[in-house]
Design a protein around this ligand. Structure first.
Ligand SMILES: NC(=O)c1ccc[n+]([C@@H]2O[C@H](COP(=O)([O-])OP(=O)(O)OC[C@H]3O[C@@H](n4cnc5c(N)ncnc54)[C@H](OP(=O)(O)O)[C@@H]3O)[C@@H](O)[C@H]2O)c1
Length: 329
């Protein structure tokens, strides 16, 4: 079978197509033929060697969709399934364990979610990490209907998912950002509202304009870097910022008086190692009916062949597309 692997961390080109035997199944495991998998920012982090202690060769890939080849009575042959980003033990697939950038994977039944016909392969492959992360962040921020939410990066996986979720779950107002005018215009074409074009206006100026000086109750920050300090300025009294990502950097500066005078809180969220099966299931049970009813729509920027994976990663990281990047097996 075909896999995408690297042995020595490095630039995009270290990713190679390798021919490997189809995996043997451990007791209780099922065999799934992967059809589409997503490319995520963390794949770039692992490939460039920022996670130490990984056994090589490394197969990346957190999430995807496929067809059951060897199943059981619940997952019969030919069933179309979404593969959860979580493996046994709550680890995210493809970070410290091998992922699913391969034609076949061996998985346990509770790592699979059966798809109904209303969900396309593309949507299913793009869904798990972004929407699970967004829901986890909203939960961490104690989101309730009626709260106002700023989710940074309308075109980013997590950013867009948090915009969609906050809207569907009844936020009083949802505000988002676009790093360029081109992205801003695309966001309007998709029908997103309250988008701040960061090439023209700062986050806090945009939020204060849109909220008429009130600020927002919650910020979901999947960007980090200097934008985090700006986002903190956008919170209203008792506001909560939840940070999950650092695409733009791991450090920021903020004004302490924003925290002191407004009673703000900043909280962190991560997926890897933070959800046992019950906690994980609870979030899938919140999310899947919304996906099945098309109330959530994962957006796809581009689908590549597996052989083009190096370019797919470069495209995601350097061109910051609007929507998710997928690879086809
Ligand atoms: N800890 C966890 O469990 C967890 C889970 C999911 C994601 N994450 C992390 O969260 C972050 C966002 O994930 P994602 O899937 O939403 O990523 P993504 O799809 O690549 O989106 C990131 C967005 O950040 C914005 N951005 C601003 N400055 C950037 C820069 N210097 N480089 C790249 N992007 C920049 C871009 O939007 P604009 O062009 O509009 O600025 C971009 O679209 C990543 O760091 C990811 O690793 C962590």
């Amino acid at each position: 079978m075909k896999t995408v692997e690297f042995t020595i961390p490095g630039n995009y080109e270290v990713l190679k197509i390798v021919d490997r035997p189809i995996p043997d199944l451990l007791e209780g495991q099922l065999l799934v033929r992967i059809t589409l998998a997503a490319v995520n920012a963390v794949d770039n982090t692992v490939r460039s060697g920022k996670f130490t202690g990984r056994h090589t060769p490394v197969i990346l890939g957190n999430e995807g969709v496929g067809i059951v080849i060897k199943g059981n009575s619940d997952f019969t042959e030919g069933t179309r399934v979404m593969i959860s980003c979580f493996t046994e033990g709550g680890q995210i697939r493809g970070i410290y364990t091998n992922g699913l950038w391969a034609e076949y994977i061996a998985v346990y039944p509770d790592e699979l979610i059966i798809l109904n016909d209303s969900i396309s392969d593309e949507e299913a492959a793009a869904f798990p990490v972004s929407f699970f992360s967004a829901q986890a962040c909203l939960n961490k921020a104690e989101f309730q209907p009626g709260k106002s939410v700023l989710s940074l990066a309308v075109g980013g996986g997590v950013g867009n998912a948090a915009v969609q979720l906050a809207t569907v779950l009844g936020a009083s107002q949802v505000i988002t950002t676009a790093g360029s005018t081109q992205k801003y215009e695309k966001a309007l074409l998709y029908g997103f509202q309250n988008v701040i074009d960061l090439s023209k206006e700062s986050i806090s100026d945009g939020v204060m304009r849109i909220t008429e000086g009130k600020g927002v109750d919650i910020v979901i920050d999947s960007i980090g870097g200097n934008l985090t300090g700006e986002a903190i300025k956008s919170l209203s009294r008792n506001g909560i910022l939840v940070t999950i990502g650092y695409s733009a950097g791991t450090t920021f500066s903020a004004n302490i008086t924003d925290f002191v005078w407004k009673g703000l809180q900043m909280r962190g969220q991560s997926l890897n190692g933070w959800f046992d099966r019950d906690a994980e299931k609870e979030i899938w049970n919140q999310l899947m009916p919304l996906l099945e009813d098309a109330k959530l729509k994962p957006l796809i920027a581009k689908v590549y062949d597996a052989e083009e994976v190096a370019e797919a990663q470069r495209f995601l990281i350097e061109e910051r597309p609007f929507g998710k990047v997928l690879i086809k097996f």
